[in-house]
Design a protein around this ligand. Structure first.
Ligand SMILES: [Zn+2]
Length: 565
């Protein structure tokens, strides 16, 4: 009863029939739950009641959480009762940073990430070319030349012999570099004479000829000549992405840089009731006026599809040596990295962000190098001065390498660090040789961020990294690099514990999209989005968390993957 009482106002607002749920008081029966899950080990992520054994759902919301006896008071003749068999039940995961359509599309594309040699890389592309219809491109791939020994960027010569007529445009897994074959270079009219665009680079051989790898903004040269994604292909990608998310317990995603066609497709699916993951979209910041002119503000929309955020880029990535640093790269003393093309010049970026903020839009800015991050914090300070203080929840996407002075600035400005722990165990293989022993201490510094009172939102950057939240929690908790060389953790003082990682992946991400009242914990009144896991990640050895499977995913009280009996 104690738990149900605060729910009354929510309840009455939601249901017009609104039967007053106090038995006896008005001589009326209280409404029964549609669903009760019992015999669960519920980790609620709600500080008011961290653990429970049962929950009840009415409509799409949780109405009771507590002991089996507490929740049984909601049992009626039509109530479905499910036995969780003592398994761990958590709030659904909320991935704060994905590229959803890319992810779905990559599930169908050539897979290069685990191609361990240049020969295997070329073989897979050649195989794909055999089944690719004339006129279609080979795209995707997610290659990682760091897996080759010795690591060296792929070249068009490697794949030209197996793709004489098929355009190839395959991306590095971080999205900051892609490889074109000669067919594609010809279509894009890229030759030895083509100059590097601002914020980008055409990699060239000793004679000055393009090798096929284009870095950051130079990738747009090919982007411009690529045939647009067909509607059928986009829909297939979204369906695949939704299915994949449900199978991994991801009940909410925050989609960074979707195209307007993507948003349109989501809206169509929402209308048909086919979204099995809740979506918040953050289209590119340069087009902020599109949302502003019709008065859309942060977190505008329905429980399934919302907008009102913009996503921008300050710099590139560590892997591509384009993250922008105060000091030069340890392994390349001439380079500090690159600012993105949006930052040419920074004053233009500031002006756009100031306009977007004044219009009430939420700002989510990709910044990885310490100087890129600092420049964005400088802009946030100036925007606050110009537009006044309010609850904005600015986000710095990735927040990878911080200057010592900036932890406190995050906290003071209320900036959320939107981080992807999988990147830490991936980059951790080689990051130190790139940035040296001092900067490494403030790299993926999740612990220092929390200690400074900074809020974390967890995510994956899928398709850059796997969408599976178990890998994210495993990475945050163990910091064991993918090469197996640091089983006790790389920069281990920055580890999180399981409870902190789960909280950041649920409440933290919900807060980052202004949805903490509806999502993020198993609390009466909130949406019934939850997952049941095969194993208890609080009890098993941390090294095995990555193997844990989702047994059931519920969205708004309905199973969208697996299910209980
Ligand atoms: Zn991203």
């Amino acid at each position: 009863m104690r738990l149900r009482m605060p729910l009354l106002p929510v309840f009455c607002a939601l249901f017009s029939f609104c039967v007053f749920p106090l038995e006896g008081a008005l001589g009326q029966a209280k409404p029964a739950a549609d669903l009760i899950v019992t015999n669960a080990r519920i980790w609620t992520v709600d500080k008011a009641r961290p653990q429970a054994e049962a929950l009840a759902v009415l409509g799409e919301r949780i109405v009771a959480v507590g002991s089996a006896a507490d929740v049984d008071a909601w049992h009626g003749p039509q109530t479905k009762v499910l036995d969780a068999k003592g398994k761990l039940l958590l709030p659904g995961f909320n991935d704060a940073h994905v590229h959803f359509v890319d992810g779905g599309s990559h599930l169908q594309e050539v897979q290069l990430k685990d191609a361990a040699t240049p020969e295997e890389f070329a073989r897979r592309i050649g195989e794909r070319a055999k089944t690719t219809p004339k006129g279609e491109w080979i795209t995707g791939g997610d290659w990682d030349e760091q897996k080759w020994s010795p690591p060296s960027l792929p070249t068009r010569e490697l794949i030209d012999p197996v793709t004489p007529d098929t355009p190839v445009w395959v991306n590095r897994y971080d999205g900051h570099e892609s490889l074109a074959n000669s067919v594609t270079l010809r279509l894009a009219n890229i030759t030895a004479k083509t100059t590097d665009p601002p914020g980008g680079q055409i990699i060239r051989d000793a004679q000055g000829n393009p090798t096929g790898v284009l870095r950051d903004a130079a990738q747009d040269l090919v982007g411009k000549v690529m045939p647009p994604m067909s509607r059928a292909r986009r829909m297939k990608s979204i369906h695949q992405a939704l299915e994949h998310a449900a199978s991994l317990g991801v009940t909410s995603i925050q989609d960074m840089n979707p195209s307007y066609d993507d948003v349109k497709a989501y809206a169509e699916l929402e209308g048909k009731g086919e979204l099995t993951t809740r979506i918040y979209v953050a289209p590119i910041e340069i087009d902020w006026k599109d949302q502003a002119k019709i008065g859309v503000r942060r977190a505008f929309g329905t429980l399934f599809l919302r907008m009102g955020a913009v996503k921008g880029y300050a710099d590139g990535s560590l892997g591509s040596e384009t993250a922008y640093f105060f000091d030069s790269y340890t392994d390349d003393p001439k380079s500090h990295g690159l600012l993105s093309d949006e930052m040419h010049p920074p004053s233009a970026m500031l002006q756009r962000l100031k306009g977007a903020d004044a219009a009430g839009l939420q700002l989510c800015i990709h910044a990885i190098g310490d100087r890129g991050i600092s420049m964005i914090l400088d802009m946030f300070e100036q925007i606050e001065k110009a537009n006044g203080k309010r609850d904005r929840r600015w986000r710095i996407e990735h927040s990878q390498h911080l200057a010592a002075k900036d932890f406190a600035r995050y906290a003071r400005l209320g900036v959320i660090a939107s981080v992807q722990p999988y990147h830490a165990i991936d980059d951790g293989r080689w990051a130190e040789k790139r940035i040296g022993p001092d900067r490494i201490k403030r790299t993926y510094a999740f612990r220092t961020l929390l200690d400074n009172g900074v809020r974390l939102a967890l995510g994956t950057d899928w398709s850059v990294a796997p969408l599976n939240p178990m890998w994210g929690i495993y990475a945050a908790v163990t910091r064991a690099t993918l090469d197996g060389k640091t089983p006790d953790g790389w920069v281990p003082e920055q580890k999180l514990n399981v409870a902190e990682a789960v909280e950041a992946y649920t409440m933290g991400s919900a807060y980052a999209e202004f949805q903490e009242k509806d999502k993020g914990s198993i609390t009466p009144g909130k949406l019934a989005d939850f997952v049941v896991l095969s194993d208890d990640i609080f009890k098993i050895p941390a090294a095995t968390i990555k193997n844990v499977k989702v047994e059931a995913t519920y969205l708004g009280g309905k199973p969208v993957y697996g299910g209980l009996e």
